[in-house]
Design a protein around this ligand. Structure first.
Ligand code: NDP
Length: 234
């Protein structure tokens, strides 16, 4: 059955691969963007997820065009890497405001309609770094670890209404975000990844569409790594 899916940050990178995977299986797919182009087969809504009013307006626009959001993929995220001793309050709170609070804003807005429908799927895109830790990413790791608490608490609150909430924790995926990594850091990570390679965004997308499928209806509160073994299941 075709569903209405919203992918935040679905205009590029992992989010776009996820949006394309849902569209390919016949779902109605909306993506948020912040002013960029969106492929024609996707319904684009402008939204900065640090702004609750913008999130509300984006959901309203999707509802008007495609119907209530049945599958939410909270994917939008940023980094602002630096060592703890150099990290400003703004660098910490800014990353948390997008990656964690932004996901909360979207989940809260999505939940109203999912509760009414007594069906919903929420998938939070975290990172291996959330549970593994990463020097220079105190802000990012905190935000990504926080998503685990969000998904598990939503599972406890809404699980009885046929709403699942899961976390996907990618390792190193070839996107703009990892292209920014210094060469030495990339080489170090490649050495640590048992699969000995970075992944393509499609390899994350497959897990996300599966989590939204009926086959995964009894999975909730889980953290599913897509990291070539880097985090050894965490
Ligand atoms: P990109 O940097 O390629 O894309 C990030 C996306 O997030 C863009 O669509 C961007 O929109 C959007 N975004 C950022 N800030 C906001 C905001 N305030 N409001 C709305 N949208 C926003 O990242 P990736 O595709 O690599 O990453 C996608 C997700 O996967 C992120 O959450 C990231 O943390 C996570 N991840 C990525 C890994 C990787 O190796 N690449 C590994 C583990 C996790 P815009 O185009 O407007 O900037």
């Amino acid at each position: 059955m075709a569903r209405t899916v919203l992918v935040t940050g679905g205009n590029r990178g992992i989010g776009l691969a996820i949006a394309n995977a849902f569209a390919k299986q016949g779902d109605r797919v909306a993506v948020t963007h912040r002013g960029s182009e969106v492929p024609e087969h996707l319904f684009g809504v402008r939204c900065d997820i640090t702004d609750s009013a913008a999130v509300d307006a984006a959901f309203a626009a999707v509802e008007a065009e495609l119907g209530p959001v049945e599958v939410l993929v909270a994917n939008a995220g940023v980094t602002a890497d630096t060592l703890l001793m150099r990290m400003s309050d703004e660098q910490f709170t800014g990353v948390v405001d997008t990656n964690l609070t932004g996901a909360f804003r979207c989940a809260k807005r999505a939940a109203t309609k999912m509760l009414r429908a007594r069906w919903g799927r929420m998938i939070f895109i975290s990172s291996v770094v959330g549970l593994y830790g990463s020097a220079g990413q105190v802000n990012y790791a905190a935000s990504k670890a926080g998503l685990v608490g969000v998904a598990r608490s939503i599972t406890r609150e809404l699980g009885g209404r046929n709403i699942t909430a899961n976390v996907v924790a990618p390792g190193f995926i070839d996107t703009d975000m990892t292209a920014e990594l210094p060469e030495q850091r990339r080489a170090e990570y490649l050495k640590a990844i048992p699969a000995a390679r970075f992944a393509a965004p499609d390899e994350v997308a497959g897990v996300v569409t599966w989590l939204a499928s009926d086959a995964a209806g009894y999975i909730s509160g889980a953290v599913i790594p897509v990291d070539g073994g880097l985090g050894m299941g965490h």
